[in-house]
Design a protein around this ligand. Structure first.
Ligand SMILES: Nc1ncnc2c1ncn2[C@@H]1O[C@H](COP(=O)(O)OP(=O)(O)O)[C@@H](O)[C@H]1O
Ligand SMILES: [Mg+2]
Length: 268
């Protein structure tokens, strides 16, 4: 069992041995800051964000008297989620209360829920790996195991996380620069055949002026998915609406979706 599994009732703040050896590793070439030493210790430093489907924690991985790196641990919620247990009990308990069937069903549901959470973690890890290899501005995917993926932490060495674009109020000059970085990233994804699928100012981080794309479990193949073009168009609308509301004026708003479709087609 993973040392940070939420089913474990122990407090998380005790250092534990690095989970590197039990995890699937990210793509090569591996950045040199990634700590692969099995004597390294993982220490929970706090919660970056809790959400409906996943929680993101800040973890330090450090070799005693040696190098340290900060990681963002994104943990998809599985059957251990207490709220879910309550929901399941509410939905299933009425008709077959406390029967063997109920217990069997709850067990199967819990199992299914764990599987689903694991699928999301692996789907996001796989997507990040492909995007990172394509040169997109995404956090390096360090490892995945079970329902947890561990990513390059986007933030400062003191643990201060990069703000979401939605929290920023950029100056007019920054606004143009951030829009250019965003459309460059979208173009790179489109050239690789993908739309983000949930792109918004909440899934973009700004680290010292540099835009990073996050939250990619649902990336969409523009052509293989019948809704691919609609997802891409929605991403474009979300982004253009945000930048327009911040005062950016550009005729790129009108062309963006068409340009990105042309990029995607050109790849064939
Ligand atoms: N690699 C990272 N570095 C720093 N902060 C991160 C990182 N990944 C996620 N976060 C923080 O956690 C939040 C939630 O992550 P996200 O992947 O968007 O999950 P979700 O929206 O599905 O809960 C982000 O908005 C961001 O603030
Ligand atoms: Mg998100």
């Amino acid at each position: 069992m993973h040392q940070f599994d939420l089913t474990d009732d122990q407090p998380f703040d005790e250092p534990a041995y690095s989970s590197w050896d039990i995890a699937q590793h990210g793509p090569d070439p591996r950045p040199d800051w990634v700590i692969t030493d099995l004597n390294a210790l993982d220490t929970e430093l706090g919660v970056l964000k809790t959400g409906k489907e996943a929680d993101v924690h800040l973890v330090s991985r450090a070799v005693p008297n040696g190098p340290e790196c900060l990681l963002a641990a994104k943990r998809y919620r599985g059957a251990e989620n207490r709220l879910f247990h309550r929901d399941a009990g509410y939905q299933e308990g009425r008709r077959t209360r406390k029967s063997r069937d109920t217990r069997a069903m709850a067990k199967r549901t819990a199992y299914g829920r764990d599987l689903a959470a694991g699928q999301w973690a692996y789907a996001e890890f796989d997507a990040l790996s492909r995007l990172w290899q394509a040169g997109a501005p995404v956090p390096y995917p360090v490892q995945v195991s079970g329902t947890e993926l561990m990513l390059e932490f986007i933030g400062d060495a003191d643990g201060a996380a990069a703000p979401r674009l939605a929290q920023r109020r950029p100056s007019p000059v920054e606004l143009i620069d951030l829009f250019t970085q965003c459309t460059d990233a979208m173009r790179l994804l489109a050239r690789a055949g993908y739309a983000h699928g949930d792109l918004s100012a909440y899934n973009l981080l700004v680290h010292h002026g540099r835009l990073m794309v996050i939250d990619v479990p649902q990336i969409v193949d523009i052509f293989a998915n019948p809704q691919g073009a609609s997802f891409l168009e929605r991403d474009c609308t979300n982004i253009c609406t945000w930048f327009a509301a911040r005062g950016l004026q550009t005729d790129e708003f009108e062309h963006l979706f068409g340009d990105l479709m042309a990029e995607a087609v050109a790849r064939w």
